[in-house]
Write a protein that binds this ligand. Sequence first.
Ligand SMILES: Nc1ncnc2c1ncn2[C@@H]1O[C@H](COP(=O)(O)OP(=O)(O)OP(=O)(O)O)[C@@H](O)[C@H]1O
Length: 419
Amino acid sequence: RSMHPSSVKGVDDMISLGDLSEAGLLRNLLVRHKEGNIYTYTGSILVAVNPYQLLPIYTMDYVHMYTDRRLGELPPHVFAIADSCFFNMRRTQSNQCCIISGESGAGKTENTKLMLQFLAAVRIIYSPSSSRFHPFGNAKTTRNDNSSRFGKYIDISFSKEGAIEGARIEQYLLEKSRVCRQAPEERNYHVFYDMLMGMPEDQKKLLSLGSASEYKYLTMVRRNLMSLIIYAHFRSALKVLTFSENDSWEISKLLAAILHLGNVNFTSKGEREQNSCQMDEICALLSFSLEDSLTQRSFMTARESVVKPLNTTQAMDGRDAFVKAIYGRLFIWVVHKINKAIYKPPEDESDVRQSIGLLDIFGFENFAKNSFEQLCINFANEQLQQFFVKHVFKLEQEEYAREGIVWNGLLRFKRYCWI
Ligand SMILES: Nc1ncnc2c1ncn2[C@@H]1O[C@H](COP(=O)(O)OP(=O)(O)OP(=O)(O)O)[C@@H](O)[C@H]1O
């Protein structure tokens, strides 16, 4: 069939497309993408296609251009959504929430950062230092070299006058299993590599650390000439976010203990003896004694407490569970500390604040082998998709039905993120 005239050159807002089929929508995105227009509206929803290149559309000139403009007045842009959130918050005096969804690598985190940058540039205060904390929760996957392995909700609060007062980060479901195991071609969390490649040798010596290739928990070790700078940035971000020298050292000790634990073998009694020196080092780093807790378990029967040795597999599982718990708690503590630095609760209870929340949740994933964590991630994504469908289609459909308008469109969104 012949193409609808609106599909030839593409349109800014897909609502004005004559051909509202899936093919029509995808063609519109393709035509626009080829011309470097990565953003497209569907009403008040923004669809962003990952350009995989730096586009000159995020400069201060763009920030000024999109400030205090009505949605749709200018070409679609993530700044327009951020400005509209701010405008609606002020106009309706109610908190706003922006959901950013899409599969892994679609560009969710980049667009979240751009929204924060826009709000910060226009409304002052926001510490970019917190975004330097990505090494703790980001890792290389087959889809994204800097994939967020946790979900985050960033709540930015504003004063009555509209100035940013602070921000709070809520984290969800860090992928802890990555600390012990990674799929082929994937890596552990950036922080381990950055530390091993960027930490001065004298400090590494104190932690008995060697090079990254010596650790079983670390895969795909590559030399990175930028390591020194990356690690220096990370350390300076720690300082800005009020982590003391002691806090930073304790973090390094825990990360070192995790790496050493990954190299512990549980094969035979003889090997365990060889390990005992390593275990002493680990206990010193953790500041507590593990004694036999990784090689035996104790439980209560009706009458007495029984101690049973673990077999090799059980001991390795126990060790990995222990490591995941350490890393998970460390991550939560780091986020808590960041929040303390970037958020100050109102001194006066009558001090009413308004907020804009940005939800950047991990993307849908389907690997050859999917863990329980994948199930939770994908379930959360399905829930969000349902939320989207409900708000964009079902509520609209109900309104059409109320007005007696026939509506039978079915739209599916994939491989790009919507905001
Ligand atoms: N607007 C953009 N401009 C330039 N590059 C971009 C843009 N959006 C995404 N990218 C590129 O794509 C990569 C992946 O994007 P991002 O990390 O935001 O994906 P994601 O959807 O958050 O993925 P995950 O769910 O795995 O965390 C970025 O590291 C960046 O290189």
